[in-house]
Design a protein around this ligand. Sequence first.
Ligand code: TRP
Length: 333
Amino acid sequence: MIQPILLTGDRTTGPLHLGHYAGSLRSRLDLLDSHETYLLLADAQALTDNAHDPEKVRRNVIEVALDYLAVGIDPTKSTICLQSHLPALAELSMLYLNFVSVARLERNPTIKTEIAARGFGRDIPAGFLCYPAAQAADITAFKATVVPVGEDQAPLIEQTNEIARRINAVAGRDVLPEARAIIPRSGRLPGVDGRAKMSKSGGNAIPLSATPDQISAAVRAMFTDPAHLRVEDPGRVEGNVVFTYLDAFDPDTQTLEELKARYRHGGLGDGKIKKRLDEILQALVAPIRNRRAEFAQEPDFVLDVIRVGTERARVVTEATKKEVVDGLGLFAL
Ligand code: TRP
């Protein structure tokens, strides 16, 4: 049976957190059985803004792989592979860079935001500015049509499709398929401090390996509605970090809607909603944390998963590279 091809990836800059879970890990798990799934440990992309710290990028390859296995990604139903060990991705990236302008790269909203956040000023690493072309290579090399990502990644998928269309136009046939981003309905999970994005570097993340105490401390520190001083006061649900998290993780949506109504009306204390969130997050993270600890005891197994996956991915990506080279009509030897 032919299944649609799914690819997504994660920069190997740190262990994954609840933002990744709500953003794309959860959709990957849902789609695993109905899609041919490739997961890319994006160490080469991680280097584009971490060239000063390759040790971090190296170390976190295993951490991210452990997170994949811990959340329940079954390595017999998916291919987990290492970006830097797939030369076809680098070769395709070089070809693709000719199908995108510097101005277009600079206009990419994701890149723009990330450049501002990193404070590069005029010293933007060239690899960083160009990583959308490399990400286009990641996606198209596997002929993926389904790409589960957080909403901040949507412009990258759009740019991927632009590059694919240009290559197809030059080739005169559809060498590369277009891809569709799968973006979670709940939107991006804010940091526990209420800032727009949860990130390890921002210090506002709950890692998937968080201990019970870390989870409770994070929930306790969460902002609610600053004007909700007494339990009887009406409270705001919108922009209230605790409710945003409940929206993302509470499986009982009906009870949640009732709680929201009570909170808005007045008479529901912050302690109550925090207690509920704490219970939900503890129940979500506990099995992940336990499985992670078990896999961490088996480094050879984890390494083997990555080795086998990368071998398999090598075959697929080399074949696509050949098709692109042929499609462009480059000299054949
Ligand atoms: N840019 C993604 C991130 O920052 C990682 C990534 C690399 C990716 N290559 C990809 C995501 C291909 C989707 C498809 O997390």
